[in-house]
Design a protein around this ligand. Structure first.
Ligand code: NAD
Length: 477
């Protein structure tokens, strides 16, 4: 019988058996590995009320005391890296090395946010009146909700939870229906601590039931969501009813521009790493490559060599794979459609191009040459190990094509010219730009998308302050 996982509400594992459950599948083997509750609106309400009740006391604690709890959580995570990593690999499909990295990074992220406890600052502003002081405070919002995708499921719990808790909010987290087991393990770690009940609540469930109920709940002050554009829009609509704030980290279609003067080996390796890491299922990694015509063959040949050599398969059966499966059949089928359409429209397949002939949702590492900007593969999010390459004749053309997208999350340029790099910094209309390196954000940066890639952002000081609201006080006397 499949293992059943439970919700963590008000400091205990919930024994309420909801009518509905859903199955959890290992994407490398297609085997059912468990089931979890599709949490209904009444249970969501119980979690929100627990978070609301806990919030007043939590806010009264000095930030440094709240940070103490965060450090207890990160220490617990570090003691359980292997167990958590194996769970992530089993339900999500990434190689064990990457899962371990995700778990350690999660602990680092929590420690980083804990450091902010002594650095949360307000402002003192000069007044027009005698004997008056104007003070601006940063206060917690109250109950915050975190709705998660499946691609970095464990890390994303921390990205929502750590800035919320250190600033005095409480949280209700909903894991993705693809990956609830790692979130259950997170709850188990919390249950071992003396964290006040209700400060963190973790639920499983589908988007249309649990996610929707959280987004439209009147006592939730902020919905922080990471996922697709379509879902982000739905959440915004549901939240609008109560004018609930939203923080939306949505999809991407990251361009990489490779100029003729670039270190081509570096560019090919960086783009390769982007597409193979997590099977290309990353919002921020290079998905469309614009290469100056004089080096496009050299670049494509080097990239193809890397892609051809990629070892992939079931990451629990073979610990040496560089790449696991896609998350599910729908994800794999979408990639197949995009590649087939590109081929029909004249793209040349340099390697890969097909669904892999093996169990699990694998797609062959693929390079497409001769792409043009009207192809869907150059415009829509692929979320898989496929790199489409288009030739360009100038930096101006590369920047214009890069900016011509409904997405605006990350971008990159490879060049040895300071002038070209500076022009790209000035003219690329994206939340992030990487110069001569792979796409991957830092904890202390600010991960924020423009256009349909989102509203608000995460990480660093600016990400922390997304979890606060201002309170200005005019004091006379
Ligand atoms: P998704 O939008 O399908 O689901 C994300 C979450 O939203 C899940 O927990 C789901 O249950 C929930 N959900 C679905 N419908 C809902 C509704 N009506 N109301 C409330 N919640 C609902 O996304 P996914 O497939 O899990 O993740 C992949 C997407 O996430 C990609 O588009 C990727 O680019 C994006 N992503 C963005 C970032 C970023 O930082 N910008 C990071 C990772 C992933």
């Amino acid at each position: 019988m499949a293992t059943s996982y439970r919700n963590f509400i008000d400091g205990t594992f919930s024994d309420v058996v909801t009518a509905e459950t859903f199955e959890i599948v290992n994407p490398a083997t297609e085997q059912v590995i468990g089931e979890a509750p599709d949490t209904c609106a009444a249970e969501v309400d119980r979690a929100v009320q627990a978070a609301k009740l806990a919030q007043a006391g939590w806010e009264k604690l000095p930030p440094q005391a709240r940070a103490g709890y965060l450090r207890q959580i990160s220490a617990k995570i570090r003691q359980n890296v292997n167990r958590i990593a194996e769970t992530i690999t089993r339900e999500q499909g990434k190689p064990m090395g990457l899962s371990s990295m995700e778990v350690n990074f999660t602990a680092d992220y929590i420690d980083y946010m804990a450091e902010w406890a002594r650095r949360i600052e307000g402002e003192i502003i000069a007044s027009d009146r005698p004997n008056e002081t104007i003070m601006l405070f940063r206060k917690p919002i109250g109950v915050t909700a975190g709705i998660l995708p499946w691609n970095f499921p464990f890390f994303l719990i921390a990205r929502k939870l750590a800035p919320a808790l250190v600033t005095g909010n409480t949280v209700v987290i909903k894991s993705s229906e693809e990956t609830p087991i790692n979130a259950y393990l997170f709850s188990e770690l919390l249950a071992d601590l003396d964290l006040p009940a209700g400060v963190v609540n973790i639920l499983s469930g589908r988007g249309a039931t649990t996610g929707d109920a959280l987004s439209r709940h009147k006592d939730v002050g902020l919905v922080s969501f990471t996922g697709s554009v379509a879902t982000g829009a739905r959440i915004m609509e549901a939240a609008a009813k109560n004018l609930t704030r939203v923080n939306l980290e949505l999809g991407g279609k990251a361009p990489a521009i490779v100029l003729a003067d670039a270190d081509i080996d570096l560019a090919a390796k960086a783009v390769y790493d982007s597409r193979v890491l997590n099977s290309g299922q990353l919002c921020n990694c290079a998905e469309r490559i614009y290469v100056e015509r004089s080096v496009v063959e050299e670049f494509s040949a080097k990239l193809t060599e890397h892609m051809k050599a990629t070892r992939y398969g079931d990451p629990l059966a073979d610990r040496d794979v560089a790449m696991g499966p896609l998350i599910n059949r729908a994800g794999r089928d979408k990639i197949e459609k995009l590649v087939d359409a590109a081929r029909r429209d004249g793209a040349e397949v340099l390697t890969g191009g097909r669904v892999a002939d093996r169990k699990g949702w694998h797609f062959e590492p693929t390079v497409l040459a001769g792409c043009t900007s009207d192809m869907a593969v150059m415009r829509d999010e692929i979320f898989g190990p496929v790199v489409p390459v288009q030739a360009i004749d100038s930096l101006d053309e590369g920047i214009a094509l890069a900016n011509d997208s409904e997405y605006g999350l990350t971008s990159s340029i490879f060049t040895r010219s300071l002038g070209a790099a500076q022009q790209a910094m000035r003219e690329l209309r994206f939340g992030e730009t990487y110069i001569n390196r792979e796409h991957f954000e830092a904890i202390q940066g600010f991960h924020a998308g423009r256009r349909k890639s989102g509203i608000g952002g995460a990480d660093g000081k600016h990400g922390l302050y997304e979890y606060t609201e201002t309170h200005i006080v005019y004091m006379q006397g």
